[in-house]
Design a binder for this molecule. Structure first.
Ligand SMILES: [Zn+2]
Length: 71
């Protein structure tokens, strides 16, 4: 019985740490002003930055990102 409680507690703490981590990760600046992709660090082409002000990813990473978040 005691073990059961401890395990449930542990899972809960893991989940909270995970949720907090996700929360921090998702907190990105509203407008990204850097010139490099936040994922791969490659410079984002100027025409892309002009076309999409505040974009944080190069085209490749943006595609990957959108595919992943669609799952
Ligand atoms: Zn990239």
């Amino acid at each position: 019985m005691g073990d059961e409680m401890d395990r449930a507690q542990g899972i809960n703490e893991d989940f909270q740490a995970f949720a907090l981590d996700q929360n921090l990760r998702n907190r990105e600046p509203a407008i990204y002003t850097g010139t490099n992709c936040v994922d791969c660090g490659e410079e984002i082409p100027e025409e892309r930055r002009k076309a999409k002000p505040g974009c944080r990813r190069c085209l490749d990473c943006q595609n990957l990102h959108e595919n992943w978040s669609a799952l």
